[in-house]
Design a protein around this ligand. Structure first.
Ligand SMILES: *Cc1c(COP(=O)(O)O)cnc(C)c1O
Length: 387
């Protein structure tokens, strides 16, 4: 029997170790891991540089209070700012904390300029921004909010419905918050022209643009941020998942304008930005943000997508669509995907579901071509068996 509460429907499988793109189960099987703990293990398992970083830092210092200067955090913040639109960073421990802090920063900015009623955040219906009380209501999902009372302050529009989006902006709207690519929602990409229009709209209405890059950021798309290709500059960007490579790290990136509201005492976190986490974050950042690394993600992506599209042509009655960008990939099926995912797992390929019948493929960003070939072969086999 398990003493863990039953808030997860866990598969009956556990792992004892991992190496690169592979996971080894306690019953002696070897699995190709193409979900990476949901876009978290950006460098696969037990990456030698991350192991070394943890080993070295763990001998020196794990945790000190944010009451003191933390040089490792200063260093990572500088790297993030130099690489992106951001002028300032607040470190957290998870994605939900980062998105929740993003909401606070937006509200606080308007408060600080004498507009305390501008608090409402406009989000996409059935998006995903985390599981805290505020962020579930940001998602506007009935399934996630049912039984949890009510948190006000969020309005919703339907993905792609630009008319309703414009109508939902009121004098009390503080920000529009969207995932640049909807992850849990089914790997739905917001097109670049749309991001540009969002920016224009926010400028026109004098409200803030928050792009949630918790899942699609940190080189996942082949650019450091998914929005970079559009040339749009957001005001606030929460990140998490990939930046720790498996160590829990969250952060909010922001521009100078909105950072002005975050004066001493307005936000904090006991663990956020501690030396051990920051040491890991620095190492991940140094590896995944180089041009060479990003080009390699693009190359792997191109190869993966072109071959998945061939499988789509081969099995038009099974595969409806191939979605996503970079190594954030969705195979949309014509029917419910649970069985398909189970069959992939029986063939030693680990993937995970997303909404709209999507099988999500999130390999480590340093996945090898050989491993992509193995995954493609297994997907092909499973399709042929279903057929
Ligand atoms: C996973 C995710 C979150 C929440 O992150 P947690 O670390 O699980 O709290 C928020 N936003 C997006 C887009 C995510 O994919």
């Amino acid at each position: 029997m398990s003493y863990l509460a039953k808030n997860y429907n866990r598969k009956k499988i556990s792992f004892k170790s991992g190496k690169g793109s592979y996971l080894f189960s306690t019953d002696g099987k070897k699995y190709l891991d193409m979900l990476s703990g949901i876009a978290v293990n950006s460098l696969g398992h037990a990456h030698p540089k991350l192991v070394k970083t943890i080993r070295n830092q763990s001998k020196k210092l794990w945790h000190v209070s944010n009451a003191f200067q933390i040089p490792e955090g200063e260093k990572l913040a500088k790297k993030l700012c130099q690489k992106t639109f951001a002028d300032y960073i607040i470190f957290q421990n998870s994605g939900a904390e980062a998105t929740e802090a993003a909401i606070k920063i937006a509200r606080r900015y308007f408060y600080s300029i004498g507009k305390p009623n501008k608090t409402r955040i406009l989000c996409i219906k059935n998006s995903f921004h985390g599981r805290t009380l505020a962020t579930i209501f940001a998602s506007g999902s009935k399934k996630m909010t049912e039984g949890f009372g009510h948190v006000s302050g969020f309005d919703h529009f339907i993905f792609g419905d630009h008319k309703s989006l414009k109508k939902k902006i009121t004098k009390n709207t503080a920000a529009i918050m969207v995932e640049t690519i909807m992850g849990e929602g089914g790997i739905k990409v917001i097109p670049d022209w749309c991001l540009k229009e969002l920016r224009k709209l926010c400028d026109k209405k004098k409200i803030l643009l928050i792009l949630d890059e918790v899942q699609c950021g940190i080189s996942r798309t082949g650019d450091f941020f998914a929005f970079e290709k559009s040339k749009v500059k957001p005001d606030i960007v929460p990140i998490a998942k990939g930046i720790g490579g498996g160590f829990p790290i969250g952060a909010v990136l922001m521009n100078k304008k909105v950072a002005s509201g975050m004066t001493p005492g307005t936000h904090g976190s006991t663990f956020g930005g501690n030396p051990l986490a920051m040491a890991v974050g620095n190492t991940v950042m140094d590896i995944v943000s180089t041009k060479k690394f990003l080009n390699n993600v693009k190359k792997s992506s191109k190869y993966f997508f072109s071959n998945l599209n061939k499988l789509k042509q081969k099995y038009p009655n099974i595969i409806k669509d191939i979605r996503g960008r970079g190594l954030l990939i969705g195979i949309q099926l014509h029917t419910e995907q649970t069985k398909f995912i189970k069959k992939l797992m029986d063939n030693k390929l680990l993937t995970i579901r997303a909404a709209e019948n999507v099988v999500r493929i999130l390999p480590p960003l340093n996945v090898k071509k050989k491993e992509i070939d193995i995954a493609l072969k297994i997907i092909d086999k499973v399709c042929s068996e279903i057929k």
